[in-house]
Design a protein around this ligand. Structure first.
Ligand code: FES
Ligand SMILES: [Fe+2]
Length: 384
C-alpha cells in the first residue's frame, strides 16, 4: 500500500468500518467469499514438504487443501476431497506417501500425484464412467522465498496482487535457504481485520510496546516511519538524529540486547542494514520482517468471525543455525513480547466492538495505512 503523504485528504479524520463488520457472521462470510477464497494465501514453508511425496493438509476458511511435492520436485495443491463421496484424502495432517499415489482412506480410490484417477476399486466397472473426468480438483500453487501459496480460485489474481512491495524486495535475505528455528502458534480472540489494522499503525506503540518504543525511536513517537512527522523535512534538514528511521544508537537488531543473534545477511545494502527492519506485506495472509540477522514471518488466517490464528516463524540462514553456540533466544524473547502485547490489545479492541454494532470509529491522519487497508477491502467488495 503506497501513500502520498502530501495528499491533503490524509490530514482529515475519516470514519472507520462499522463495528458490525468485525463480528457479524454474514459480514464474515462475505469476506471469506471476496477475499479468502479468491486470493493467494500463504499455506506454510516449502521446507515442510521438501522431499518427493511429502504432503500436508491446510485449511482456508472451510475448505481443506492437500499440498504435496510430486516425484519431479514440483508443488501440487488439490482440494482435499475425494471424487467418490468426498472424504478427506489423507488420514493424517502431514506425512510422506509410501508410494507415488494418493489413496483415499475410505474406499481406496487411487490418484497419481498429478491428481489423475487411476483406480476406483469397483468390481463392476460402471458403464460409461469417464475416469479422466474424476481426477482431483487442482488448485493454483506458487513458491515465494520459501513460502508456499495457494489459491482456492482456479482462476487466481496475479500473484503479486496482494504484495505491497516488489516480489524481489527480500531477495537479499535468501529466505528460501533459511530454516525456521522456532514456530509459535497463537489463537487470538479477534477478527482478522483487527489484527491487520493494528499492524498498520503505530499510534499504539508508545503505550502498548514500551520496550519496542525504546528500540525504534520513531515508534516511540507513535509514528510508523520518521517521515510521518509533519516537521520531518525541517528536522531532517537540521540534522536532528531523531528525524531518522532505524533503531536506537548502538542497537542492530530486534533482540532483547539489540545485538544480532548471528552474522548479518551478506547481501544487504546500507539502507536495509541501517533500517533495522524491512517489512513486506502479502495481504491477506502474511507479513515478513527482515532484520540484519534473521527474519520473522507472521501468517494469519481466520478461524471464525472473532477468532484468528497466527503462525510465527523465525527464519535464520542455515550456516548460522549450524554455528557452535548459536542461540536464537534473544530474538524470540523480544519478538514474542511484542507479539503478546499486540495480541492482548487486539482482543481488547474486539471486546469493545459489540457495544455499538452500527457505530463507526474514527481514523486519524497517522492511520493512513489502515485507510489503505480499508480501501483494499472495499475495492475487493468485502466491506461497505
Ligand atoms: S470417499 Fe474416497 S474412495 Fe470413497
Ligand atoms: Fe503493535
Amino acid at each position: 500500500m503506497t501513500t502520498d503523504r502530501d495528499d491533503p485528504a490524509l490530514r482529515a479524520a475519516v470514519p472507520s468500518l462499522a463495528a458490525r463488520a468485525y463480528f457479524d457472521p454474514l459480514a464474515h462470510e462475505r469476506e471469506l467469499q471476496r477475499i479468502w477464497r479468491r486470493h493467494w494465501i500463504c499455506a506454510g514453508r516449502t521446507e515442510e514438504i521438501a522431499r518427493a511425496r511429502e504432503f500436508r493438509q491446510f485449511r482456508i476458511a472451510d475448505h481443506g487443501v492437500l499440498l504435496l511435492r510430486d516425484e519431479q520436485g514440483g508443488l501440487r495443491a488439490f482440494l482435499d476431497s475425494c471424487r467418490h463421496r468426498g472424504a478427506s484424502l489423507c488420514a493424517s495432517e502431514r506425512g510422506r506417501l509410501a508410494r507415488a499415489a494418493i489413496v483415499c482412506p475410505y474406499h481406496a480410490w487411487t490418484y497419481d500425484l498429478q491428481g489423475r484417477l487411476l483406480r476406483t476399486g469397483a468390481q463392476h466397472p460402471p458403464v460409461g464412467f469417464d475416469r479422466d473426468a474424476h481426477g482431483l480438483r487442482p488448485l493454483p500453487v506458487r513458491e515465494w522465498n520459501g513460502f508456499v501459496f495457494c489459491c482456492l480460485d482456479p482462476d487466481p489474481p496475479p500473484f503479486d496482487a496482494g504484495f505491497d512491495q516488489p516480489l524481489e524486495r527480500l531477495d537479499a535475505w535468501r529466505l528460501g535457504d533459511c530454516l525456521s528455528v522456532h514456530r509459535t502458534i497463537l489463537t487470538i480472540a479477534c477478527n482478522w481485520k483487527v489484527f491487520w489494522e493494528n499492524y498498520n499503525e503505530c499510534l499504539h506503540c508508545p503505550g502498548v510496546h514500551p520496550e519496542l518504543a525504546r528500540l525504534v525511536p520513531a515508534y516511540g513517537r507513535g509514528l510508523l516511519e520518521a517521515r510521518d512527522d509533519p516537521d520531518w523535512r525541517g528536522r531532517a534538514a537540521a540534522g536532528d538524529p531523531s528525524a531518522g528511521d532505524g533503531l536506537r544508537p548502538g542497537a542492530r537488531s530486534w533482540t532483547t540486547t539489540g545485538e544480532p543473534i548471528g552474522p548479518e545477511f551478506p547481501g544487504l545494502g546500507d539502507a536495509d542494514r541501517h533500517a533495522g527492519h524491512v517489512y513486506v506485506t502479502a495481504l491477506p495472509s502474511l507479513f515478513v520482517v527482515g532484520h540484519v540477522d534473521y527474519a520473522r514471518a507472521v501468517r494469519l488466517r481466520p478461524l471464525g468471525p472473532e477468532t484468528t490464528e497466527l503462525r510465527v516463524d523465525y527464519l535464520v540462514p542455515r550456516e548460522t543455525c549450524a554455528a557452535a553456540g548459536f542461540d536464537p533466544a534473544p530474538a524470540i524473547a523480544f519478538a514474542e513480547r511484542v507479539l503478546g502485547e499486540d495480541a492482548a490489545i487486539c482482543e481488547t479492541n474486539q471486546r469493545g466492538l459489540r457495544a455499538a454494532p452500527e457505530a463507526r470509529g474514527t481514523l486519524l491522519p497517522e492511520e493512513y495505512a489502515v485507510r489503505a487497508f480499508h480501501a483494499w477491502l472495499r475495492a475487493e467488495g468485502a466491506v461497505d
